[in-house]
Ligand binder design. Sequence first.
Ligand code: 3YE
Length: 203
Amino acid sequence: RTRVAVLISGSGTNLQALMEQVKKPSSSAEIVVVISNRPGVMGLKRASMAGIQTRVVDHKLYGSRAEFDGTIDKVLEEFGVELVCLAGFMRILTGPFVRKWSGKMLNIHPSLLPSFKGVNAQKQALQAGVRVTGCTVHFVAEEVDAGAIVVQEAVPILVTDTEDSLSERIREAEHRAFPAALELVGSGAVKLRDDGRIDTEQY
Ligand code: 3YE
């Protein structure tokens, strides 16, 4: 089974969905460590309750992004990690770290990329007046939210939606999309090619 690290910054609802996925006997993956850049978050509690090892790498304790990313990298190596899932992890990662883990790192973003990159994607969609948005799981490239797309799920925007109600509907889609992407990449069915595009035959 593919050895997976999940990186979080908060409540860990996507982590929970990934933990439930890898419990299935048919899963191609196992979660070997959960790393948070924020101490005391609910996601760390979810992991330890499930018997998964946790580490805190607090970005505030490092003098540079390179040192922070280097410490994350050391933990990933320590646990023999083969695939990294950014699940609500809110730090921009440095070029050298992203290149080292190229093809082995996934992020989830709350819009149908390439629309609405960056923070507050749900608010951006509401302000743009689009009637459909969604979520995207993509390989992490150095340019934020620009890596090759693995899975997307569309979500309707209702006329009554607020940022909160839309965010909640997108979150439910994320809890399907991320486990699906984890299996596609963890099983080797989907790979990142050297030219930065997706390589797949059977999905
Ligand atoms: N790094 C690269 N490429 C990517 N990190 C994530 C995706 C991704 C990546 O595709 N190179 C917004 C974070 C955006 C932001 O400005 N973060 C601040 C810290 C804010 C905080 O701590 O709350 C920063 O300076 O890093 C993961 C998703 C990143 C989301």
